[in-house]
Structure formats: C-alpha cells, structure tokens
Design a protein around this ligand. Structure first.
Ligand SMILES: [Zn+2]
Length: 854
C-alpha cells in the first residue's frame, strides 16, 4: 500500500524541481536521499570573529562534493534568516538565493553529476556559538551546525573541515585540527587550522577567546588545554590530574579496542557554566570547568566523577567519533559505550569492589528514576526529524543502557563481547553504523538469541518486578522460587543474572540466579537451613524491583559488604515508592540510623540523598516539623562521629540542606560567617556560596548575607553566575516573580546551567507556597524550551521545577495541562510524566497495594 503510494508520488513529481517535500529541520527522508547522492564532502570555512559579542560574524564557505543528479533542487540546511546569505555561486555560476523552511535550495540546473563546488558569502548565525564577552564556543550537537553556517547537517554525511578564524589579537583558539599557521596585525590574528579528520557536522567545533593555554606530554601525544580558571590552588591541584586522566583513558582504550588513538590530536577546553558535563569533539573536547578544577575540599566522589567524565569523552573518540551512528535514533549507542568504557577505565584504576559499588550507585537509581514512571522510554526510539533529536537524551540512555550492556557482556562472556565490539569498530571505522549492525556482529560471538533479548531490553521501556515464595519445614527450605513480571505493559521476561544471599548467624550463602524465564526455581537451596533473612540482588547487577525481607531491616548495619548493604538501600527506597514493604517515615528512620555506621562514602552519599528526598517530598510539612529536630541531631552527631573528611562533608551538606531549628541555623551561620568549617571538613568558595544560598532561602535575619558572599567572590565568571541566581533567592516575592517572568525571554535562558540552579531554589519546598503559581507557565514554555534550548534542557527544566513538589495542587496543575493538550508532542509528554512521577506518588497516596507471595 505505502510503496504504491510513494511510487505514484514520485512519478508525478519528477517533472518539476520544486515539488519535493520541504520541511523544517532535517527529516529522515531528506537525510536518506542526501546520503545516497552525496559523497566526498569537504567544507572550507572562514569566520571573521570580532571581540564584541553583538557584532556580526562575516563568513565565506566553500563546499565541494560528488553528486548523483536527482533532477530536483538539493536542500542545504541553514536555520537562519535567509537574508544573511549574500551570495551563492554554484560551479562558477552566480545562483539566485532560493530559501524555504530552514533550507537553501540549490537548483538542479546548476548541479553536475560529478564534482560540485558551492561558494557562499554570508553572515554567520549565532545560534550555537555561545558568544560571551570575551570568549565563544561552537556546540553543534545534535543539529545546530545549521544554525551557524549552511551545511548538510546529518551524522552520516561525514566531511573534512578546513577552518580559518580571524580573531582579536589577545584571543586563543582550539579546533578539531591543529593550527597550521597564524598571521597577525596590531589588532587581529588569523589562524589556519589543518584540515580535520573526517567528521560528522555535530563533531565539528572550535572555541576561541581569552583563555590560558597549557600543554603536557601524555605518551606520544602533546595535548593543549585552554581554560579561564583564576584560582591558583585549583589550577595547581588539578592540571596534572586532568592531563593524566586523559593519558590513562587513551592507554586503556587503545588496548581494549586494539585501535590506536584515531584522530590527529587531543585538545580540550574548560568552559565556565558549560551546559553539559562535556562534549566529545575530536581535538577540542569541551568540559564544564567546575568539573575539572577541584581544590583540596574535593570529595572522593568529585575526583572519581572527573576521572569518569574525562574517560567518557575520551572513549567517544572511538565510540561515536570514529564509528558514528547512522541517524540520531542510535545516539544512545555512543553514550552507552562511552559510559561503559569510562566505567572500565575507572574499574582498572580503582579495583573491582569500588567499581561495582560505583556502578551500582551511579546507574541504578538514575535508571529506575525514569523506568518506574508511566513516561518511561525505551533505550532505542524512533526519530523522524533531527530537530527532535534532543528529546531522545535522558537517564535511560545514560544509565539504563550501561546496565543493559553489562548484562549483555555477562550473557556473552567478556572475551566474546570484546572481540565482537573490536570487529564492529574495525568494520565501520570512520563510517556510520546502526544498532542492528552491531547486534549482527555480536550475534556471531554467542549462541544466545540476541533478537529476543534486544526486544525486551532495548526496544521496550520498563523493568521487572520480582516476588518470591520461600517455604520451609522443620527449619529447612523445601521450596524457594522467584517470579518476575513486567511492572507495566506487555508480559515479557528480562533475561538476566544476579545474586541472592542467605544470611545465617555468623555466615552467609550466596547463589547466582540466571533468570531466563518468568519463574526461577532455586533448587540448590532445597534442604538448606532457613536463613535469618534473604538479601535479593545482593551483588547489585540485577535490574528491577526486588523484594526486601523485613527481617533484614534491623540488621542492615551488620551486613559487611558495602555493595550488599547499598543494594539493600536501593531496593528499600524503590519499594517505598512502589508502596510495598515499608512506609516513608519508617524508611527515613532506617536511613537516619545508618548515618553513624555507614562509612562507605558512595553509600553515605546515596542514603543522604534518599533522606533529603523522603524528608522534602514524602513527609507532609507538618510531620516534617516533627522529625526535623531528630534528623538534625542525628546528622550533627554523625558528623562528629564519622572520621573520614569526605563523609563529614556529605553529612554537613545534608544538615545544611534540611535544617529548620534556631540551633542549626546558628551552626550553619557561624560556619559561613567565620568561614570556619566544622573540624575535619574543608569547604571551597562554591561551598560557601551554597551555604549563603541555604541561609537566604530561609529568610535569615542577617539580610546582608548574599551581599557579603558576592563580595568574597573574585573570579569574574563566578561573579556573573552569582548575580544571575541571586534574585531567585530574594526574600521579596515580587523580585522572584520578576525573575521567573524574565525566564520567558530567550536571552535570559542562555546560561542554562545557571537557570537550573536558580529554578531549584525558586521551587524549593520552603518557597513552594508562592512558587506553585509558576508551574502552569513553566509547562506552557516547555515546547519553546525544546526548540531554543540545548539537548538536556527540557528534561532538566522540568526536574528543577517539579523535582520537590508534593502537593495535590501541584499535581492538579500537571494533570490539567495534560488533559488540555491531548495531542501534545509524545516525547515531551513522556518527559513531563517522568519528572512529575514522584509528585504524583506523593500527592495521590494511591500507592499500589503490597504484593507478596508467602
Ligand atoms: Zn557522551
């Protein structure tokens, strides 16, 4: 049916060059047609960048490519005012400029069925250049190159880029290729960059501005690092570690993949208030500066996070940059491999035990946070137009996918998996590939049916719920079975392997469960003594909602292995949300008791996070007053008892975030005022800024706190950040109203990471009575935010806004919005459902009934 219709259309339309469908963005159909007809693509781009961020950037560009004539106009992507194009010359002939719906149309009569040269004179768009007073950076992922210069903006039209930048004399620059030569006048300089390796448009990039440059040798490479940090201690304590982390990651990846570093050079830039953690442009990786530069107050967690971030971006050089997804629906592939490899680098440096714990705390809570909601999305999603690519990103890609990949590795065996991935990289080097391409290759290395497996784990959302039945007679187990079913949607089985530990006085017995069907009969337990309690998913590899044994609750501190304890903490929280086994107040109590005894930093961070979540979202404001004194007391006491500085710091930070009493206020205020942290803790300038925000949020009697804190800050980029966030903390509701209104203007949302911090204060539970009125407008703005913002912004906008609400009024606003927009963009609707799931659970109290088979 569909084929016939398409055929008819093409017969009708071949006679005219203007009748092909033109739509905004880059549709899949357009991308497929162009990929079939365009080859050997090269861009030569010359940008004249003035120091003043509001002055236009004048540009020239030459695009050359081999072409297979279609008889129709060729669409070049340019999402800007067509009036910015001054001239277009095609194969030496001046062409009239024909523009429609974000495209420049190159008419068929000018094009040759061989090599073509298109030369353009234009004013560059500023859309993705992130222009600041004295620096800028190009960030084109996923389809934003077309907001700056005309191009074929799709990942499978890889090209080389020859870039020339004219810059103010005091600026430095970094791009994909090394600088080939530079010339200068009294006021300006010109950098010619060497032609880049073959890249997708989203990986072409540069950064330029007033930066400090430093270089260090790491093995055979000598990367350049540009940054704007001014804090001498941070620079001194971080620079070597940053270079070393790159060197370690490169060494690990070269050996794991058996492929040498695949690009001309390594280079990276630390960008203030960068909107992501990092972005993997070959030769010019961009990082959020605050994730790179740490001082002596840094916790182990921050140091590991930096290592992990650098390893993630470095892994992309092989996964994503060298072998690139064919279309952005498979963007998750590059992210899962980058995370998976980053974890392996971390594993090789920190050992299995720490690694397993890190994997557990990093990925599982974040993946469950989406997958338990009615808005959960599968790992692999459809994408009809690149303009919607941003909506694919989220925790499922970053956190469920690595869990899935680890289960795949367990299923296939490590060596088979590695050999399969190596073959995949070799086969598609410098080209594009799809997930089915990879599955096909991996299928050669295993006897398992990867298609069935793929369908449950990758093509469908959701997680399994586990129940059990343990029957015993005369103190011996006679039958122990585990049952899994889908939490939502169609019946299916998540084939996976995990551990169960039986606890006896003075001993334990761990069994591995390879669950491939809906029911697993744990025959090896028959005849064993009935345990005191059972810890399900004790090794933390299993994915889903696992039971928690009530007889464990009072003994959790006695579980020796941090990994097992932490897996229990996670299962308890998930069950609390699901309405099984334990209620919020009881769980808050259980976690509070663990504050003294939990010595493992990652686990302590996790439970203090859960404590904040329950305290602010699952306890009513009235009950919160009642438990507050006890919780403050427990935190303060644990802070004295714990000996590790990082643990003390985590506890202090939780104390600061939950405090309500006058005593606690004085403790927090004195620390901030005298800049004298509790014994054993180191606090950085950012920490003191956080303290000043906590105090201001509670309308502290000292009304000059923010002014004093502002005066303490010396770094100009951080001063600007403070100025931006400050009105969101004002005790004057009119100032906050005005701040929220200002966010409706695009220019006030430009620094997204600052917007998000401000929003989380604006919507803090202590301010919700006056902020609930912003919720409806925040939802109204969502579509605009998706169009104008960077890829993570819609989701983060929602979670910073709705992240801590619990009232029926807030829930009603969301429900009304969804009811009034029945045809709302599905992916955005899903994001709303994901971000408001806790709110719905907290507000309705219609939690599902306890399911137990006993
Ligand atoms: Zn990534």
């Amino acid at each position: 049916m569909r084929f016939i219709k398409l055929l008819l259309l093409s017969l009708l339309y071949t006679t005219t060059t203007q009748a092909q469908s033109i739509e905004p963005g880059v549709s899949k159909q357009l991308a497929e047609t162009r990929a079939a007809n365009i080859h050997n693509l090269q861009y030569t781009l010359n940008l004249n960048i003035p120091g003043n961020k509001t002055t236009d950037i004048e540009a020239t560009e030459t695009i050359t490519f081999n072409y297979k004539q279609t008889g129709q106009a060729l669409q070049l992507d340019f999402k800007e005012d067509p009036a910015k194009i001054k001239s277009v010359e095609i194969n030496g002939k001046l062409a009239t400029i024909n523009a429609s719906k974000e495209h420049l149309l190159l008419e068929a009569k000018y094009l040759l069925s061989s090599k073509n040269t298109v030369t353009l004179n234009f004013t560059a768009g500023n859309g993705a250049l992130n222009r600041n007073d004295d620096y800028l950076y190009a960030l084109f992922v996923p389809d934003r190159a077309r907001t700056v210069f005309p191009c074929f903006d799709q990942p499978n039209l890889k090209a080389t880029f020859a870039l020339t930048l004219q810059l103010p004399i005091t600026w430095k620059a970094l791009s994909n290729g090394p600088i080939q030569d530079s010339t200068s006048t009294a006021t300006n300089k010109t950098y010619h960059f060497k032609t880049s390796d073959t890249l997708s448009t989203y990986l072409f990039s540069f950064a330029a501005g007033k930066f400090i440059s430093t270089k260090q040798n790491i093995g055979k490479l000598n990367p350049e690092f540009l940054y704007r940090e001014t804090d001498k201690t941070k620079i001194q304590l971080s620079t070597d570690a940053i270079f070393k982390a790159h060197g370690d990651a490169v060494n690990f990846l070269e050996s794991w993949t058996n492929i040498p570093f695949p690009f001309q050079k390594i280079g990276f830039v630390g960008i203030p208030d960068f909107q992501f953690g990092g972005m993997e442009h070959p030769g010019e990786v961009q990082y959020k500066a605050s994730s790179l530069f740490l001082d002596a107050s840094a916790t182990q967690d921050q140091i590991i996070a930096r290592l992990n971030l650098i390893s993630h971006e470095t892994a992309h050089m092989w996964f994503g940059d060298m072998v690139t997804m064919d279309w952005f629906n498979d963007v998750w592939m590059k992210e899962v491999f980058a995370n998976f490899m980053a974890d392996k680098v971390t594993d090789s440096l920190m050992g299995d035990e720490t690694f397993n714990l890190k994997f557990l705390t990093d990925h599982f809570p974040a993946a469950y946070g989406i997958d338990r909601t009615p808005g959960a999305n599968p790992i692999r999603q459809n994408l009809d137009n690149l303009k919607d690519a941003g909506s694919l990103y989220g925790n499922i890609i970053y956190h469920k996918a690595p869990i899935m990949m680890r289960q795949l590795e367990l299923l296939m065996g490590k060596e088979n998996f590695q050999n399969g991935v190596r073959e995949y990289l070799k086969t598609y080097a410098y080209h594009n590939a799809t997930w089915p391409d990879l599955i096909k290759i991996l299928g050669k290395y295993t006897t398992e049916d990867l298609n069935v497996w793929n369908n449950t784990w990758v093509n469908q959302p959701g997680r399994p719920v586990f129940n059990y039945s343990l029957v015993s007679k005369n103190g011996k187990i006679t039958r122990f079975i585990l049952i899994q079913h889908a939490e939502r949607g169609a019946t299916r089985t998540w084939a996976q392997s995990f551990e169960i530990t039986l606890y006896y006085p003075g001993s334990t017995k761990t069994i591995t469960v390879n669950m491939t069907k809906g029911v697993a009969d744990l025959k090896e337990t028959q005849g064993m003594k009935r345990p005191m309690y059972v810890l399900f998913n004790s090794g933390g590899e299993g994915y889903g909602l696992f039971p928690t044994d009530k007889d464990m609750y009072n003994s959790i501190a006695e579980i020796q292995s941090p990994l097992q304890r932490t897996s229990a903490y996670i299962s308890l929280y998930e069950n609390m949300l699901a309405g099984r086994y334990i209620k919020p107040a009881a769980l808050l109590d259980l976690y509070t008791k663990a504050l003294n005894t939990e010595k493992e930093e990652m686990s302590l961070r996790l439970i203090t996070g859960y404590i904040s979540s329950i305290y602010w979202q699952f306890i009513t404001p009235a009950n919160r007053q009642k438990v507050s004194d006890q919780l403050e007391g427990a935190l303060w006491q644990a802070l004295q008892q714990q000996t590790a500085p990082n643990n003390k710091k985590i506890l202090f930070s939780t104390y600061q975030s939950i405090y309500q009493s006058a005593t606690a206020r004085n403790n927090v205020y004195n620390v901030w005022k005298q800049q004298q942290p509790p014994a054993g803790i180191k606090l950085s300038e950012d920490d003191y800024t956080g303290l000043s925000f906590s105090l201001a949020l509670r309308n502290d009697a000292d009304t000059t706190i923010l002014t004093q804190q502002y005066a303490r800050i010396t770094n100009p980029d951080r001063k600007k950040r403070f100025e931006f966030i400050r009105p969101a903390l004002s005790s004057d509701v009119k100032v906050r109203d005005q701040f929220f209104r200002s966010l409706q203007e695009l220019k006030n949302r430009a620094k997204e990471s600052n917007v998000l911090t401000a929003l989380s204060y604006l919507h803090h539970p202590l301010r919700q009575a006056t902020s609930v009125k912003y919720l409806a407008k925040s939802l109204d703005l969502l579509q605009t935010i998706q169009v104008t913002g960077d890829i993570f912004f819609p989701q983060s906008w929602l979670s910073s806004t709705f992240g801590s609400y619990q009232s029926a009024e807030a829930a009603q606003i969301v429900n009304t919005f969804l009811a009034n927009h029945p045809n709302y963009n599905e992916k955005l609707k899903a994001k709303i459902q994901q971000s408001t799931d806790n709110l719905m659970r907290a507000s309705t109290k219609l939690l599902p009934k306890t399911v137990m088979i006993e």
